[in-house]
Design a protein around this ligand. Structure first.
Ligand SMILES: *Cc1c(COP(=O)(O)O)cnc(C)c1O
Ligand SMILES: [Zn+2]
Length: 409
């Protein structure tokens, strides 16, 4: 038997793996711990003899052989070497880990397969989340797969159309809140225990367990640990998850170093970047977060303490970028490399560009940007301003002339 428990990141109180809790009694965040020292038979060779997805690294996940797991074959996403984009950034050895290739088009699927598997093991009546969009889409799909009732709550004014459509089509009960994501999360959190529904936001430490596999995959694909791993930061779960993955690989002897974690936020929603930059003791929430990158439009990230540890322990960096810089990066990813990402995902690339320009990132080292979500999620006309298509009447001469002039442009 694998020894698995939950532990507070602050007072280190421990709780049984089957206790449903989203915070320690002291108020600290919980994390899932596995007795890594007791695991045997872990090697890259063994992992690589299996299919390339989240479950390739089964020993490092908090389940036993024989446990039934819920899967849509998440993970196993491409790592692209990007020379043209790298040149634009001034980076020598630059890669994109393209999480838009997951079953519902974002990295959330890595966490949800584990979260829903845990929900089934616990025998809960239903699952719920607050979401800017992607968590709702992912939870809806996995609860459909597991045949478990699902309620999601999203901010009405800002949820991206593709994400809302997914949640509805996968069969979730969808509530639109006239308010922000932060309000939505604080409201659901207050009712879940009372109504007996299981909360699957990233405050739930089992989500992080699935999401940490992105670190395993990057290392597996690259054949080494990169010097920097950059990603967009919203509710602060994913940067903590990736960092946990890198640390655990080192503990079990799969690697002998760790990367610096680089967290990027948008100027209109940058409480975490401000916390790090200003050396604050505690997070100052942004009351009215605003950015075109709706997946990171979050003013009060619940996992900020975990993310702060990730940045501190990894000698990491943070930066904030403008919406204009995000849109530019999104277009460059698509047009220079054929990689279609949503705005939040492009923020990581925009942030790396800024940190290279500032001299904070060494451009000669290996850099991996995690591009968290797919372009198709968010077909917002704002994003293609100035690139609108040419409208024409069905006239042969006109079409011929336009083709000729476009080709000679
Ligand atoms: C959820 C999400 C993020 C933010 O991740 P956190 O864990 O909340 O920090 C970034 N990009 C995309 C596309 C997302 O869906
Ligand atoms: Zn505690």
């Amino acid at each position: 038997m694998k020894k698995v428990w939950q532990e507070c990141i602050e007072c280190h109180s421990t709780y049984d793996a089957d206790v449903i809790k989203y915070k320690c009694d002291c108020g600290g965040l919980l994390e899932v711990r596995i007795d890594l020292e007791s695991l045997d038979g872990i090697s890259w060779e063994r992992f690589r003899s299996r299919s390339f997805n989240v479950w390739r690294y089964f020993e490092l996940l908090p389940f036993e052989v024989g446990d039934s797991t819920v899967s849509l074959y998440e993970g196993g996403t491409p790592l692209y070497k990007c020379e043209r984009l790298g040149k634009w950034l001034g980076a020598k050895d630059f890669y994109i880990k393209y999480e838009g290739m997951n079953p519902t088009g974002s990295f959330k699927d890595r966490g949800m397969c584990v979260g829903i598997t845990k929900a089934l093991k616990l025998g809960v009546k239903g699952v719920a989340c607050a979401s800017t969009g992607n968590t709702a889409a992912s939870l809806a799909a996995y609860s459909a797969r597991a045949r478990i009732p699902c309620i999601v709550i999203v901010p009405k004014q800002t949820v991206a159309l593709g994400k809302l459509f997914q949640a509805i089509m996968y069969g979730a009960k969808v509530i639109r809140l006239d308010g922000t994501f932060d309000e939505a999360l604080s409201l659901v959190w207050k009712v879940v225990d009372e109504v007996g529904i299981y909360l699957l936001n990233s405050i739930n430490p089992w989500r992080i367990e699935g999401q940490k596999t992105v670190a395993f995959e990057i290392t597996d694909q690259l054949g080494k640990v990169p010097r920097y791993v950059a990603l967009p930061v919203g509710n602060c779960g994913n940067i903590a998850a990736a960092w946990k993955g890198f640390k655990e690989m080192e503990v079990v002897g799969l690697t002998d170093c760790v990367p610096s974690m680089v967290g990027i936020q948008s100027e209109g929603a940058s409480p975490f970047v401000d916390l790090v930059k200003n050396g604050l003791e505690t997070l100052r929430p942004v009351e009215a977060p605003n950015t075109i990158a709706s997946a990171i439009r979050i003013g009060k990230p619940v996992n900020w303490k975990k993310a702060l540890l990730a940045v501190k322990e990894s000698n990491g960096l943070v930066a904030k970028v403008s919406d204009a810089e995000i849109i530019e990066a999104q277009r460059m990813l698509a047009s220079l490399e054929g990689i279609g990402v949503e705005p939040a995902a492009a923020a990581s690339v925009a942030g790396v560009k800024k940190l290279i320009e500032n001299g904070e990132i060494d451009a000669d080292e290996t850099i991996v940007c995690i591009c968290t979500g797919n372009m198709l999620k968010d077909p917002n006309p704002e994003l293609i301003k100035g690139l609108e298509p040419i409208d024409v009447a069905p006239d042969l001469d006109l079409i011929r002339n336009i083709f000729t002039s476009l080709l000679n442009q």
